[in-house]
Design a binder for this molecule. Structure first.
Ligand code: ADP
Ligand code: MG
Length: 695
């Protein structure tokens, strides 16, 4: 067996404990270590004269201890002053041992590495990484930039650096073991180094490579690996897509059902927009083929995606197939259930509703209707792809707000609908505009349709950015708004991770507003409420039995109450722009003017100001997503909380977006000339998650 596939336990200094810690980082074999690339670097290649230090620099210095003392303040600290011939600086330790105190006797020569800051007595370093210099052999400076790796608890940089170094030296004995799959012509064209060179450079960049270039991704070695990683992701989705295209699907012939389709369209309370009609035609063409449709419909909030999917459902029903509609939240699923039930009233089919909350006999009845086919349309949450659920001639799967689901969930539902060799068509909808570059990576397995037109008569939402100090003015505005018989949302945001805190904050706000506005009807909705209770509140709000709805971000997707034309969003600075845009999309759904007030906590950073400004100035979801990508990076655009988001080892989509332009082309070249490279590339970069390609 090659060295590279051997366990890291083989390396010296790796005992059982280190082994399990490395495993936590996904490092099992020597090859994994080689691909565990540094997060950033430190420059210890030269010693800086103390007299020339400026606050903010992170540097290596060398000096003699002048004095040392323990300050008996509230927070006991060890203070030590060192100097060289150019100046002096103070070192501060808040945690220290008696040993340390002893070792730093006056006259001792030491080297320190840390960030320089301003303190009371001039410049200082807090908890520097230091080393006592005992003789001229002590290695003070490093010849290369010092790598800083991602760690896990109990694992130190020193250990990781040591084992990586060993791993690299093993590999040097067998350089041919890591095959460079990027075509030589591509390497030449973009002036990329070979794989081996790139990896060596990144683990130990020599001092000709600057840290700032590394940080900004402006180093060929880094570009090359990022390129290769992005390429691997792209290829894996493409293989997947090709596999899917080879499957069989039911053909939706609608010739015999023309009248039904006409009847459906004429029963709608509105006329479809041009964009809706175009997308419908694209869907119809897909479903006439005997291979599965895999289509993503993107359309800004309120562009009318639901009716487009209902039309697709109609095609399936007419052809005698069942349809599953999956939404990411109960609230949205309930709403779809209502819409579909209304649209398909009088169409001789049952619309049933299935979520995890449905229990007992009611659940049994729904499962029965699904299994025997008496239900033509099944609406639900991810409960739809649980074990106990059986479909009957499932011909179409509709997934709303796709960005909330992972690739895997999407695929699991398709598996469920498999009968023999045929699989259902799939229609995915999202309001999160995905910049073209990202779409190529996340959705290379999907064809994309865009609804780029809002239904007529929509007025842009007027957005204002207001500091929290002016809360009372906002409350007055709500009061006069409600007098005009209009309704209001008040959205409380908190960091997504803590739903409990978010609900608490919403409860407090509801209480506060109830006191401040005793004359208006206020209700609260949040994610920890029972589905039934949420439904009751939502229904009451729709029926205008409530004036002001205090909510958490549960109302982010789908909710549709046209009379609610004013939305206050508290602490908008905490959310991604696309998410804010989506939230804001709850208003502006009627013919009247609508407003969104972003009530921020001051002071606001410059970037935050700029970001909220983008939202104030634009109502275009695509533009907002592009700007958000520029300012914050893709994690925010895609939403870091999303299960489906791709995680990269080296690539950073904000930094490396320029590489994407060349990926498609190189991918094409590999498909044609060296298909044998695809699997190893996917294995190398997608590792455990390469079941992307398997499904
Ligand atoms: P989204 O794309 O955000 O999911 P919806 O499908 O919820 O949007 O549609 C938003 C609102 O617009 C709904 O009330 C829907 O009935 C309405 N709508 C959809 N299409 C049209 C249209 N062509 N003309 C007028 N209203 C429409
Ligand atoms: Mg929707």
């Amino acid at each position: 067996m090659s060295y590279l596939n051997q366990s890291v336990a083989k390396l010296s200094g790796v005992g059982a404990q280190t082994l399990s810690r490395l495993e936590k980082l996904g490092i099992r074999v020597i090859r994994d270590l080689i691909f565990h690339l540094p997060l950033r670097y430190e420059d210890r290649t030269r010693i800086h004269p103390i007299g020339r230090l400026v606050a903010g620099m992170t540097v290596l210095i060398c000096g003699r201890v002048e004095f040392i003392d323990i300050l008996p303040r509230a927070r006991k600290s060890l203070i030590c002053r060192i100097s060289d011939e150019t100046g002096f600086i103070t070192l501060k330790f808040f945690h220290f041992s008696a040993n340390q105190h002893n070792a730093l006797r006056p006259g001792t020569l030491i080297s320190c590495f840390a960030e320089v800051r301003y303190g009371f007595g001039g410049l200082e370093m807090i908890h520097p990484d230091y080393q006592v210099i005992t003789n001229s052999d002590t290695e003070v400076t490093h010849t290369c930039l010092t790598p800083v790796y991602r760690l896990t608890e109990g694992l130190s940089q020193a250990i990781l650096r040591k084992v990586v170094k060993q791993a690299l030296s093993f590999w040097r004995d067998e350089p041919e073991l890591l095959i460079d799959w990027i075509p030589a012509s591509t390497l030449k064209k973009y002036a990329y180094p070979s794989l081996a060179e790139a990896i060596k450079t990144l683990h130990a960049p020599d001092n000709l490579v600057s840290i700032s270039a590394l940080q900004s991704g402006n180093v060929p070695a880094l570009k090359r690996l990022a390129f290769e990683e992005l390429l691997a992701h792209h290829l894996s989705l493409r293989i997947n897509r090709d596999k899917i295209k080879a499957w069989q699907s039911p053909v939706f012939k609608t010739d015999s059902g023309k009248e039904i389709v006409e009847q459906f369209l004429s029963s709608l309370p509105f006329k479809l927009t041009g964009a809706q009609q175009r997308v419908i035609a694209e869907i119809e063409a897909d479903c006439k083929l005997e291979h599965p449709m895999m289509r993503l419909v993107q359309g800004d909030v309120g562009s009318g995606k639901t009716i487009v999917s209902a039309y697709a459902a109609l095609l399936a029903l007419v052809a005698g197939y069942q349809v599953a509609v999956m939404a990411p939240t109960e609230l949205l699923a309930e709403q779809h259930n209502r819409s579909f039930s209304a649209w398909f009233e009088g169409f001789q089919t049952k619309v049933v509703f299935l979520t995890g909350q449905l229990k007992g006999n009611a659940r049994k009845a729904v499962l029965q209707d699904m299994a025997d086919g008496s239900a033509g349309i099944v609406v639900g949450t991810h409960a739809l792809f649980q074990e106990s659920v059986t479909f009957h001639r499932l011909g179409l799967v509709i997934i709303d707000e796709q960005h909330r689901f992972g690739v895997h969930q999407r695929m699991a539902l398709r598996e469920k609908g498999q009968q023999g060799k045929t699989r259902p068509h799939q229609l995915v909808m999202t309001a999160t505009p995905i910049p073209r570059t990202l779409a190529m990576l996340q959705y290379s397995d999907l064809d994309i349709s865009i609804i780029d037109e809002l239904p007529p008569g929509r007025k842009p939402i007027v957005t204002s950015v207001i500091p929290a100090e002016r809360r009372s003015a906002v409350i007055e505005r709500i009061s006069s708004w409600v007098t005009k018989k209009r309704q209001v949302y008040w959205v409380c945001t908190l960091i997504e991770e803590s739903e409990v805190l978010q609900c608490e904050a919403a409860e407090k706000t509801a209480e506060f507003l109830t006191n401040a506005l005793p004359e208006i009807r206020i209700a609260l909705i949040h994610g920890r409420m029972k589905s039934k209770d949420k439904d009751i509140v939502m229904q009451a709000f729709k029926n205008h039995q409530i004036d002001l709805l205090v909510a958490t971000t549960v109302i982010e997707v789908g909710v549709d109450v046209p009379n609610a034309g004013l939305m206050v969003i508290e602490n908008p600075e905490r959310l991604g722009l696309s998410q804010l845009h989506q939230l804001r999309g709850r208003v502006g759904r009627g013919d009247d003017d609508s407003y969104c007030l972003l009530l921020y906590q001051s002071p606001l950073s410059d970037t935050a100001k700029q970001r909220l400004g983008i939202l104030r100035d634009s109502n275009d979801g695509f533009l907002i997503a592009e700007k958000d990508l520029e300012l914050r990076g893709p994690g925010e655009v895609m939403g870091t909380r999303q299960t489906g988001a791709v995680r990269f080892k080296v690539a950073d989509l904000a930094r490396d977006a320029d590489l994407l332009d060349n990926i498609q082309q190189t991918g094409e070249q590999i498909f044609i000339h060296s298909p044998q490279a695809i699997q190893p590339l996917c294995d190398r970069w997608l590792g455990g998650s390469s079941d992307y390609a398997e499904v």
